[in-house]
Design a binder for this molecule. Sequence first.
Ligand SMILES: [Zn+2]
Length: 158
Amino acid sequence: MRVPIARGKGRARLGSVHALRQRQCMKYLRCQICGHETFGRADERHLWLVAGSEPIGEGEESSSPPVHESCAAEAVRDCPRLRKSHVASLVDTPLLWGVAGLVYDPETLEPLPSEADDGLTHVSFADPQLRWTVAARLVVTLHNCTAVDLDDLVAAAA
Ligand SMILES: [Zn+2]
């Protein structure tokens, strides 16, 4: 999906996702808030923060990039979906899996409906539907996850 690039211009729209920045954050494991790498923890894991109340499951798909402990409080404060409810997990192995996007019917060339709240369908890189998808986000699967209490983690980091 094409998006304008104008660093330093305009204001943050925290309810929406910038496709290019999201892709860069996922590919290089950069923080979704500050944009810097999330490498450097002693345990070599990355913190994932996801909207919802269910713990992150083994192999769960996510289009949310990782976040620093120091940036997590800002994410929760400013993101409407995370503010409602969120869970955190330290992830050992995030793997690039596919994309989230608009899938088009090859016969009618009409977009197919999505069951997700954001209107996007997750499509793996191995799925033949990938060639009929306009990707909006990169998706990873999360492996070797350990659920953590975000407040404890932030307090320990401070
Ligand atoms: Zn950060």
